[in-house]
Design a protein around this ligand. Structure first.
Ligand code: NAP
Length: 327
């Protein structure tokens, strides 16, 4: 089929293109051309999706049959896609668990029962929900919104898992939270999500799906141990209690990626993914994701900045030094 990827040159979008080409689709990507080229074999169309005239001009008569939309971050982008792509047979949209007004801290039960944002501001969650509604109304019954959890794997510019891998590989005394090692966590491998999105668009599947791995597929401590095993580093864990981390100015999730204080973590990772499993979203073992992410990272000279103005994750050197002093 003629498959249009809105995005397609960076993390998730690149993997969507690869999966779509592997499945025999004729693929075009639509990006501004700032983040590089799509994988070989895809046609690169250029324009800014915030500009209403750009997508029709770039398509120039090429009529996509199905769409995977990884790049929607503004209300204008949503309206412009809805105006042009209403006739497609399937539209798989990448949203976020942040679509839920109650998350974090959650928990998130089955999709239908959970309230989503309904505000006018341009925060991440409300914009994703606006896009779900706007594009969903234009493609009724053929629009699937994948409310993604933590996405990990090769090509990840957001760099949460990547930071842990590099820090642990460097070895020595590594600050880790003292508590919460048994905390169940979940993530979705970018390749699992990408291939599945293509299938969902092919099938014209509809509705909202909590698109992440099954809660408890791993624990935080298990992930850190995996990072140490895969990188072969000699890291020595220096376990710092939550109260001391917070008092020192450590920002959960940002400075120690994936770490949340227990009272938030317990519910934030508790996401019902029954529908995702029913619809066949795969969940490869985290060990494979960590191994492949490390293999990719070792070949990367310098990472581009995280997208959408997100801050670079990781523990600042001065904060790490202060936390290690006297231990
Ligand atoms: N990382 C996570 O853990 C996580 C969790 C939940 C949900 N999500 C969602 O998952 C998706 C991740 O997608 P992604 O990794 O493919 O990358 P992304 O960083 O969201 O999107 C970047 C892609 O969109 C293109 N793009 C950006 N602005 C554009 C514009 N104004 N007009 C046209 N194209 C534009 C970029 O190319 P150019 O720069 O060349 O334009 C690039 O190909 C996002 O929607 C994100 O919100 C991520």
């Amino acid at each position: 089929m003629r498959l249009l990827v809105l995005g397609g040159t960076s993390f998730l979008g690149r993997h969507v293109v690869t999966a779509a080409l592997d499945r025999g689709h004729e693929v075009a990507t639509f990006t501004r051309g700032v983040s590089g080229d799509p994988p070989a074999g895809a046609r690169a169309l250029h324009g800014d999706r915030d500009d209403a005239a750009a997508l029709p001009a770039a398509l120039d008569g090429w009529a996509p049959e199905i769409v995977v939309d990884t790049s929607c971050q503004t209300r204008a982008a949503a309206r412009n896609a809805a105006a042009v792509l209403g006739g497609v047979r399937g539209y798989a949209f990448v949203s976020s668990l942040n679509a839920y007004a109650t998350w974090p801290p959650g928990p998130i039960g089955p999709e239908e029962g959970e309230p989503t944002w309904d505000t006018e501001d341009d925060d991440y969650g409300p914009v994703k929900v606006y896009a779900e509604r706007e594009i969903g109304a234009a493609v009724p019954g053929r629009f699937l919104t994948a409310r993604a959890g933590l996405i990990v794997g090769p090509d990840d510019r957001v760099d949460r898992l990547g930071w842990w891998l590099r820090r642990i590989a460097r070895g020595g005394r590594v600050v880790v939270p003292a508590e919460g090692w048994d905390q169940p966590i979940a993530a979705v491998d970018v390749r699992d999500l990408a291939g599945w999105l293509v299938q969902m668009a092919e099938q014209g599947s509809a509705g909202a799906v909590n698109a992440t791995g099954p809660a408890g597929m791993a624990t935080l401590g298990g992930l850190l141990e995996l990072c140490r095993e895969v990188t072969g580093g000699d890291a020595e864990w220096v376990r710092v209690p939550k109260a001391e981390l917070l008092a020192a100015g450590v920002e959960p999730w940002l400075h120690l990626p994936l770490w949340l204080p227990a009272e938030v973590a317990r519910t934030a990772w508790d996401v019902d993914t029954t529908r995702a499993r029913e619809l066949g979203l795969p969940s490869r073992p985290l060990a494979q994701t960590v191994t492949d992410t490390w293999a990719w990272l070792r070949g990367v000279e310098s990472l581009p900045p995280p997208p959408h103005g997100l801050p670079r994750p990781g523990l600042p050197a001065d904060l790490e030094a202060a936390l290690l002093t006297g231990r």
